[in-house]
Design a protein around this ligand. Structure first.
Ligand SMILES: C[S@@+](CC[C@H](N)C(=O)[O-])C[C@H]1O[C@@H](n2cnc3c(N)ncnc32)[C@H](O)[C@@H]1O
Length: 323
């Protein structure tokens, strides 16, 4: 249809079906894709502003293992989008926007495949999330391999595979192949090298100091001190693995890698504030300290107040000199 014949829609208004609850309060160290860690848990509660009986909308969802989550990048922070972007794994080189998963798009809609942990009433609990806490959710759809997984279209390909294996290509054996018992993506799926190779090259070794390891052991879902109580992770072992998963992928921005190589890197994992140091030369990062996020936040606020008080007394001193 010619463009001028299209019945145009000027704008589209959506109402979120709910909001994501995750531990990612900041973009810093939020996974770039759900595949970074299966431990990045969270949940979505369906809003009563959408359905008066929201729990009905989630009925039968627990019969599926995975769901597609469609969401709004509501914290993008800038209105304009660029036609070419520099994905982190390309180290500065730019490619066309629609060849990337950049959050900065004309319609800032994200797509994440997440694993269902459980469905409880009006809430679906998920793992493998790359969403900020409070992300508006536009839709949830079941992942159905026979719809969502590309099918081999050419029958000849299947028969060739069978005869290559020197097995007799009976109807049964072709059917087995047809039913996607094969492991890995179908041969018709192709990705550029900067996707397939780039990811493998850049993973880092993650080490922990003895202090950091014993600090992690104090965190658990039922810790007596609420500051040490994990909200999404289920044990100190999971806490350590989640930190490892997130750091292994090098969550630093390109800018940070170029300008702040010798600086300590801070991030939050569940209720833990993690201090890390990256060694660029040997592609290693070391976790130096793990403390409760609430404690660290209180320290920052106290420091800020102290700085404010210092500045105030400096101003008062100056004023008294003038008067
Ligand atoms: C590269 S995007 C990929 C998201 C999704 N899997 C996709 O492909 O559309 C993931 C990044 O988006 C950012 N992000 C997540 N939730 C966001 C939100 N609500 N608003 C803005 N940015 C968000 C985080 O920095 C995260 O690392």
């Amino acid at each position: 249809m010619a463009e001028e014949e299209v019945e145009k829609v000027e704008s589209v208004l959506f109402k979120p079906i709910g909001y994501a609850s995750t531990w990612f309060k900041f973009k810093n160290a939020t996974p770039r894709q759900p595949s970074v860690s299966s431990l990045t848990r969270g949940f979505i509660k369906i809003s009563t502003e959408i359905f008066s009986q929201p729990h009905h909308s989630l009925k039968n969802l627990n019969e599926f293992s995975h769901v597609w989550i469609l969401f709004l990048f509501h914290k993008n922070g800038r209105a304009f989008t660029k036609t070419m972007v520099a994905p982190p794994r390309l180290g500065g080189a730019r490619v066309g926007l629609f060849s990337t998963r950049s959050p900065h798009r004309p319609n800032p809609i994200g797509l994440t495949l997440a694993k269902i942990e459980k469905v409880e009433g009006d809430t679906v609990h998920l793992c493998g999330l790359d969403l900020l806490d409070g992300t508006p959710i536009l839709d949830i759809k079941p992942y159905i391999p026979s719809y969502d997984y590309p099918q081999e279209s050419e029958q000849t390909d299947l028969t060739t595979t069978e005869s290559d294996d020197s097995t007799s290509a009976t109807d049964d054996s072709v059917n087995t192949t047809n039913n996607s018992t094969c492991v890995g993506p179908p041969t018709s799926v192709s990705n550029p090298d900067w996707i397939t190779l780039g990811g493998q090259e850049k993973t880092l070794d993650v080490a922990f100091t003895q202090d950091a390891l014993s600090q992690i052991r104090k965190f658990s879902p039922d810790a007596e001190d609420p500051a040490y109580r994990l909200c999404f992770l289920k044990s100190p072992e999971e806490a350590q693995t989640a930190i490892e998963d997130i750091l292994r992928e090098d969550p630093r921005s390109i800018y940070r890698k170029m300008k702040g190589q010798d600086l300590l890197y801070f991030c939050v994992v569940d209720c833990m504030h993690v201090t890390t140091w990256f060694d660029e030369c040997i592609k290693k990062c070391e976790v130096l300290r793990v403390m409760p996020y609430t404690t660290r936040k209180a320290m920052n606020e106290a420091n800020k107040k102290q700085q404010w008080d210092n500045n105030l007394s400096k101003i008062e001193d100056k004023m008294s000199e003038v008067m």
